[in-house]
Design a binder for this molecule. Structure first.
Ligand SMILES: Nc1ncnc2c1ncn2[C@@H]1O[C@H](COP(=O)(O)OP(=O)(O)OP(=O)(O)O)[C@@H](O)[C@H]1O
Ligand SMILES: [Mg+2]
Length: 369
């Protein structure tokens, strides 16, 4: 599972992926992830794979780099080195040939202007009879307008190129990928790719109702536009109703029936954690990133949350990457565990293997005198 990769990034992002990265059943394949914050190496060459429906835990002492790894998978930090594939698609990695992309935006427009200018030269600039300005017909027949036409069309092409660069539809990203241009996906691309997450410190919309918090998690799936909202169109009403129903189902699934209309800030702490989980599920993710979901919970709440995570995997088939300090939770629920210490991956294996690993014991308890 810890396939060390020495391939250059370009090779790994294009044709030369390792067998591990190419395994079809992997919902997440992170290879050789390093992250440098100035002089601090927060992660060094970390590999992690999660098969569809698998639960993999990331453990390690405080400051080991767990949340940093999460933030890289979520598209918030760009790794200094290494690549991440979601469902086989490379989404995160250091930029490749990024300098080429601006040339693609302005190149065609400049070419059109140049062609207009050359046509002008070829057809000759007409001269108006002495004493009066040239008429439009004279200009057209003499070819003087080619340059102006070139500028107008070029401007149009430039605007379209820049719009494409902002919107970045999938076919555009595929096309620039074929040219070897690669840029890491942004957080909203990662959500679209099927990643949901919760945060180490709860980040709910405190002044919205519980149900509204879950509905917010569905916004990428909604097709209604602001205009639909303004005129309360049928599409808007239909989607609003469907999202209310689905959000209600998710709230029941995480154990919050009947709490839909309460403000998020009025929910008890354990319920706020459940609500965050419901919001993360709202986009029907293939992979859930849970950063210390039982932090601050009492033993009862912890046991319930652990059972819930297991149920989500069974019922929704969602893969889960779990950061957790509670070893009962980690050992009881994980298929495999990766251990970090000071950014270094010191162990990887089944819960039983990790429990007996001397390096892990040393990282948690310190070396014997
Ligand atoms: N944005 C940042 N800028 C600079 N340093 C950072 C940044 N984020 C994290 N770090 C540093 O990187 C290291 C790893 O931090 P990280 O939050 O990933 O640890 P962690 O394993 O999640 O710890 P904990 O168990 O306490 O949550 C720490 O030394 C931290 O101070
Ligand atoms: Mg953390």
């Amino acid at each position: 599972m810890t396939a060390q990769s020495t391939q250059p990034a370009a090779q790994r992002l294009t044709g030369g992926a390792t067998t591990a990265e190419r395994r079809d059943d992997l919902v997440l394949a992170a290879v050789g992830i390093s992250k440098q914050f100035g002089g601090l190496a927060a992660l060094r060459n970390v590999d992690l794979q999660i098969p569809a429906g698998g639960i993999v835990s990331l453990i390690g002492p405080n400051g080991a780099g767990k949340t940093t790894f999460f933030n890289i998978v979520a598209g918030i930090f760009e790794p200094t080195r290494g690549t991440i594939r979601v469902d086989g698609t490379p989404l995160i990695g250091p930029p490749l040939r990024a300098w080429l992309e601006p040339i693609i935006w302005v190149g065609p427009a400049l070419l059109i202007v140049l062609i207009g200018w050359l046509l002008n030269l070829a057809t000759g600039t007409p001269t108006a009879p002495q004493g009066r300005p040239q008429t439009a017909a004279e200009a057209v027949s003499g070819g003087a307008v080619w340059f102006e036409i070139g500028i107008l069309v070029g401007l149009g092409v430039l605007i379209i190129s820049l719009l494409l660069a902002i919107i970045r539809p999938p076919w555009y990203r595929r096309a620039i990928g074929r040219l070897g241009i690669f840029k890491s996906a942004q957080p909203h691309h990662m959500v679209r790719a099927g990643i949901g997450r919760t945060f180490q410190n709860i980040r709910l919309f405190q002044n919205m109702t519980a149900l509204e918090n879950v509905q917010v998690g569905m916004h990428l799936k909604l097709e209604s536009t602001p205009v639909d909202a303004l005129i309360s169109s049928r599409r808007q009403e239909r989607e609003e109703e469907a999202s209310r129903v689905r959000a209600g189902e998710l709230m029941r699934m995480v154990g919050l029936p009947g709490r839909e209309d309460e403000l998020a800030r009025n929910l008890p702490y354990g319920d706020q954690r459940r609500l965050e989980l419901a919001r993360a599920l709202a986009n029907d993710p293939k992979l859930l990133l849970l950063d210390e979901p039982t932090a601050g919970m009492n033993p009862n709440e912890t046991a319930e949350m652990t059972a819930l995570i297991g149920r989500l995997r069974r019922e929704l088939g969602v893969g889960i990457l779990l950061i957790e300090h509670d070893m009962h939770v980690v050992m009881g629920i994980s298929d495999r565990i990766t251990v970090l210490d000071h950014g270094e991956q010191i162990a990887e294996g089944t819960p039983e293997e990790i429990r007996r690993n001397p390096k892990v014991i040393e990282a948690y308890l310190g070396a014997p005198e």
